[in-house]
Design a protein around this ligand. Structure first.
Ligand SMILES: [Zn+2]
Ligand SMILES: [Zn+2]
Length: 147
């Protein structure tokens, strides 16, 4: 609770399917996107992964550290609940940022995914039906498919 007061801003809760793992994250995401790359599709078992990025120190594990299943290394990994398998977040950018799998948030964040990335490797059976910008790969590199 002290941390919550010290941080000042709004905090969002998140948890896995079985409830063994809980986290808290500041409602201060820097970016959010829907990633259609094949890794995100496999990791989620879905057409794409909606994720939101934030500095690593703004996310706190509040329950279930002993139950984590971590795939990857210290500075680049996917973190899941080891009991139910929910994909919670990833450590990225040499460990400086985390990408929260937005489906595990309990509270609604202020940010919304505002682009589709890695559309070049999108599943052929899925159609994007919104008007958000689409990028073949990362938004900051490679051509935009739909400016
Ligand atoms: Zn779980
Ligand atoms: Zn991806």
């Amino acid at each position: 609770m002290a941390d919550r007061e010290k941080a000042g801003g709004r905090r969002l809760g998140g948890k896995c399917l079985c409830g063994a793992v809980h986290y808290e994250v500041a409602d201060e995401f820097v970016y959010a996107a829907n990633c259609h790359c094949s890794n995100c599709r496999r990791a989620t078992g879905s057409a794409f992964k909606p994720f939101a990025g934030i500095e690593r120190d703004k996310l706190t594990l509040t329950k279930g550290a002993e139950n984590l299943l971590i795939f990857g290394d210290e500075i680049g990994n996917d973190v899941r609940c080891g009991l139910c398998g929910s994909f919670l977040y990833s450590m990225v950018r040499d460990g400086a940022y985390v990408h929260v799998a937005m489906g595990t948030l309990v509270d609604a964040p202020s940010i919304r995914p505002n682009k589709h990335i890695f559309v070049g490797s999108k599943a052929p059976w899925f159609a994007i039906t919104d008007d958000l910008p689409q990028y073949a790969e990362h938004a900051d590199g490679g051509p935009s498919l739909k400016p």
